[in-house]
Write a protein that binds this ligand. Structure first.
Ligand SMILES: Nc1ncnc2c1ncn2[C@@H]1O[C@H](COP(=O)(O)OP(=O)(O)OP(=O)(O)O)[C@@H](O)[C@H]1O
Ligand SMILES: [Mg+2]
Length: 281
């Protein structure tokens, strides 16, 4: 079993910064009448700068819906998302979403949808610089792309000239991380960042992300149904069921002493949690 101090993302005694992302009564309802579904139900949480937080829940619990609201891609039915105390609604009204996305980037569950299928990878990555207030000169942009692709464990010479359909799901997912890196955000929201990669690449993708926290003091929100992965990577866990956060706290505490029945059930589904993460770390 991994000792607590060896778990990759988790530094005992690490001090976090100010509250960077916060939700207040965040709610999203889909449909109406007999089709009404409350996907996210009055959620309140705070995330501090430099923290790694995992949002965990079964399929359909509302994780991706929450992630999309945190990114400002989906409007809440009720409640707020605040970035450094400023309501996302303000960014939207003032047409400042680009400014927000400079600070808050995402890696999605299905990266295929995030690439323009007509563009080569190099062009998609070049477009990331459009978010920056001052675009670096072309040589520098190329150099940065080369380094970002290399940093996510891919061979730039091999992938940059390809179109998205010529890549594997795992390669696309790594390239999304590379693209997010180019923007140098403060917060990264990673929705099932390893869903497309095989078990042997999973730890390496996670380690890339954790290394970024070390180097850039990145704040990371991992969205996952995998409580083992969450434990391995995260300082704090938010457990989500039917759109609500039913339990939250430091990862170590929740794993050792789960209080909510749902958390206990999620844990009982992974009897090999410790074994598994020892093998792949
Ligand atoms: N655009 C939409 N219109 C209607 N219902 C939706 C929409 N998006 C999500 N839902 C519903 O909201 C609920 C939460 O979905 P969501 O995708 O957030 O779950 P999830 O926790 O990310 O699941 P998974 O682990 O399978 O990715 C589900 O019941 C889903 O069917
Ligand atoms: Mg999802």
């Amino acid at each position: 079993m991994l000792a607590a101090a060896e778990r990759a993302g988790v530094g005992a005694g690490r001090r976090f910064g100010e509250v960077i992302l916060e939700t207040k009564g965040l709610t999203r309802v889909f449909g109406s009448g007999s089709h009404r579904l409350v996907a996210v139900d009055h959620v309140d949480f705070q995330i501090r700068s430099g923290e790694i937080v995992a949002l965990i829940g079964e399929s359909g619990s509302g994780k991706t819906t929450m992630g999309r609201m945190l990114l400002g891609l989906l409007a809440p039915t009720e409640g707020q998302v605040l970035f450094r105390g400023k309501d996302l609604e303000e960014y939207r009204k003032r047409r400042e979403m680009r400014e927000y996305w400079r600070s808050v980037q995402a890696v999605f569950q299905d990266p295929f949808a995030s690439f323009n299928s007509f563009y080569k990878v190099s062009r998609t990555l070049m477009n990331a610089f459009k978010l920056l207030p001052k675009r670096p000169p072309e040589d520098e942009r190329k150099e940065k792309i080369y380094r970002a692709v290399d940093a996510v464990g891919l061979n730039p010479a091999e992938v940059l000239d390809k179109h998205p359909h010529e890549l594997s799901g795992g390669q696309r997912q790594r390239l999304m991380i590379a693209r997010a890196l180019l923007v140098e955000p403060e917060v990264l929201i990673a929705d099932e960042p390893t869903s497309m990669v095989d078990a042997s690449s999973r730890a390496s993708v996670l380690n890339i992300l954790l290394d970024l926290r070390e180097r850039l003091n990145l704040t990371i929100i991992f969205i996952t149904h995998d409580i083992g992965m969450a434990y391995y990577t995260s300082d704090r866990l938010l457990i989500m069921q039917h759109g609500r956060i039913v339990e939250q706290g430091p990862s170590e505490e929740i794993i050792r002493n789960p209080r909510h029945e749902y958390t206990k059930r999620l844990l009982s589904d992974v009897p090999t949690l410790h074994q598994e993460w020892e093998l792949s770390s």
